[in-house]
Design a protein around this ligand. Structure first.
Ligand code: SF4
Length: 383
């Protein structure tokens, strides 16, 4: 999108414009808690008749090409990586650059959950990194791109339309408040459907493990460790050895399964300081892993300079190991993929998994009642 065509696009409808469509492209950096909320944003903007363009996955090359020299303060790598995403999107054909300041997240946990806040570095990352694109000249204005960065309290959905409308109304001509209310509803619907499908996929994998008596691994990390440039695809290395991978944030939460495992959606027994959404879910995932027989190993991922993870390392490890489940940590991950050392560690971990998995499954099963029939139902396709 050139500087000259942008204003025209916002003012004038093309003659062949379909009803309800806006010919506006919104660029969203695929960073931090966009991993986990992306379906909401797709549902939201598509409901407004707009097209979403995401940046690529994080990579060392992306960071060095578009983000270098843009960092204004030292931070953890997942925050720094945002500079590469913004820089990349500035080269694309977009009209609006949408970088939400996500303050809190929706959560499936219940009971004693004090709050579902994001890490403060996550919330402030857009402001922090934006400064790097303004310090010499306004690179957004120069490219005719409107930078929009609303405050987003997902945990208070009734406030979302107001914050989103206020931040978008100047960038989108003719936008109405009622359209935004409808778009928020649509966003939540798409997000819910996506999460439901992911949880049911996890259940399929778990059923396959139960039927075939095969071990699986659970990843405990933050949602953005799914980004190959942040989590360095460590999970995929284990898949190469035939270990199915489950992610803590998409575990099934069916009542019959939780009843059998003897856990609820509450974490007050192990984590009373439950303010952080991602942390709360990591702790819950640890409880789940310690009970589910066919999860015989847990892989913990954590990024370089992550202050939020520090206090959780010991409790998470203790919860997991309390049942004899194996626990391994890959900490201090940064922009460099330590391919060689990851491979060596994976080989060592696989050795222990092979040696102890069947014993762990047996021990964990002996503490539970009869395996629910639903877990032994044949699955439609191989995991
Ligand atoms: S949780 Fe950790 S890695 Fe994530 S943004 Fe906060 S400090 Fe950085």
């Amino acid at each position: 999108m050139s500087f000259l065509t942008f204003p025209r696009l916002l003012k004038k409808k093309p003659s062949n414009q379909e009803e309800g469509k806006r010919y506006i492209k919104v660029g969203i950096p695929k960073f931090l808690n966009i991993w986990g909320t992306a379906p909401f944003w797709v549902g939201f903007f598509e409901s407004l008749g707009m097209k979403v363009v995401f940046s690529s996955d994080t990579s060392e090359e992306q960071y060095r090409t578009y983000g270098k020299g843009r960092i204004t303060m030292d931070s953890c790598f997942p925050v720094k990586a945002l500079a590469g995403h913004i820089g990349e999107l500035l080269q694309k054909d977009i009209d609006i650059l949408f970088v939400p300041m996500i303050y809190s997240l929706p959560s499936f946990l219940k009971g004693h959950v004090l709050d579902t806040l994001c890490c403060t570095r996550v919330m402030m990352a857009p402001e922090n990194i934006k400064a790097g694109f303004l310090k010499e000249r306004d690179e957004f204005k120069e490219r005719g791109i409107k930078y929009v960065s609303p405050f987003v309290p997902f945990a208070e959905p009734e406030l979302l339309p107001k914050y989103l409308y206020d931040s978008l109304k100047e960038a989108i001509e003719g936008l109405t408040y009622s359209e935004v209310i409808q778009a928020v509803r649509e966003g939540f619907k798409v997000l819910e459907e996506f999460e439901k499908s992911m949880r049911s996929k996890s259940l399929e994998i778990m059923k396959w493990c139960a039927v075939n008596n095969r071990p699986a691994l659970l990843i405990l990390a933050r949602p953005y460790h799914m980004d190959p440039g942040i989590g360095h695809e460590i999970d995929a290395e284990f898949q190469l050895y035939g270990y199915p991978i489950l992610w803590y944030n998409y575990l099934p939460i069916d009542d019959w399964l939780l009843d059998w495992l003897g856990i609820s959606l509450d974490i007050s027994d192990v984590w009373t300081s439950s303010y952080s959404s991602n942390t709360n879910e990591i702790i819950w995932g640890a409880k789940f892993a310690s009970r589910f027989p066919w999860i015989t190993g847990v892989i913990r991922l954590s990024s370089y300079e992550c202050g939020m993870d520090q206090p959780t390392f010991t409790p998470v490890q203790k919860i997991v190991e309390s049942s004899g489940t194996l626990f391994f940590k890959f900490g201090e991950l940064d922009e460099t993929k330590p391919a060689g050392s990851v491979k060596i560690r994976v080989e060592t971990i696989v050795y222990y998994l092979e040696k102890y998995s069947q014993e762990i499954i047996k021990k964990k099963l002996s503490r539970l009642g009869d395996i629910p029939k639903k877990l032994l139902e044949p699955v439609s396709q191989s995991a």
